[in-house]
Ligand binder design. Structure first.
Ligand SMILES: C[C@H](O)[C@H](O)[C@H]1CNC2=NC(N)=NC(=O)C2=N1
Length: 229
């Protein structure tokens, strides 16, 4: 029995007839179709308002090896509005596996960096910590045996209300975009070019980030509790 993915079964059968990949995951035969792969990749980057994430298991994505331009630090950490998020996150990091869970508040920008060796996990976590110290902007750095997850948002952000009032808030600002760009380039220049990385696996990364979301929510809740004291 072939499990149907988010694409229509007709498309799945068509792609199967066209010889598209069929992968065995947990003993279940899943059709990996072009449409599923595309929506899987875009599903991660696009600001999903109502589209549910696909359950497709897509093969490891090609890593974009060109460095990314690093934006200047903003004068003020103004929370990005929807259009700015599309420009500075969805389009800017397209294909680089940075993603935001659009249902979360505050929004958090994150990426999972896969490695073969724990020594590289340690080295990369230290590189990220060094950037945090230099930038005075601090992410959550989660070290696992074969991956480092970097997640950040601006704790002391500024929300500009529709009537141009400024209020303290938390969320994604250009400080986070700048930080992610610095981390992306450090990974490419110090790890990918020297072969110290592992091809990403979409499914496993997403599960670990869900575990992180729960811990992030607990931390955020605790913070807001202390803030209100
Ligand atoms: C006083 C100090 O500059 C601020 O607390 C910095 C420190 N690191 C930070 N890190 C993050 N992620 N967000 C912030 O707003 C922030 N502010």
């Amino acid at each position: 029995m072939l499990a149907r993915l988010s694409v229509s079964s007709r498309a799945a059968v068509r792609s199967a007839c066209a010889g598209r990949a069929v992968r065995l995951v947990n003993g279940q035969r899943l059709l990996v179709t072009a449409a599923a792969e595309t929506s899987e990749q875009e599903g991660r980057a696009t600001e999903a308002t109502d589209a549910l994430p696909t359950k497709a298991v897509s093969p490891p994505e090609r890593i974009i090896k060109e460095p990314i331009a690093v934006p200047a630090a903003p004068e003020e950490p103004i929370l990005l509005d929807r259009e700015q998020r599309r420009v500075h996150i969805v389009d800017y990091f397209k294909g680089r596996r940075w993603w935001v869970n659009w249902r979360k508040d505050p929004l958090v920008l994150s990426k999972s960096f896969p490695f073969e060796k724990y020594d590289d996990v340690i080295d990369f976590a230290n590189v990220v910590a060094g950037i945090a110290k230099a930038e005075n902007h601090h992410p959550v750095i989660l070290m696992e045996p074969k991956k480092v997850q970097v997640r950040m948002f601006t704790h002391q952000g500024i929300l500009v209300t529709p009537d141009a009032e400024k209020k303290p808030s938390r969320g994604v600002t250009m400080r986070d975009v700048r930080f992610a760009s610095l981390v992306e380039n450090a990974w490419l220049e110090q790890f990918v070019t020297t072969g110290r990385f592992r091809e990403p696996r979409a499914q496993a990364d997403r599960q670990s980030s869900q575990e992180i979301e729960k811990s992030q929510a607990r931390v955020a809740h605790a913070d807001s509790g202390s803030a209100s004291e």
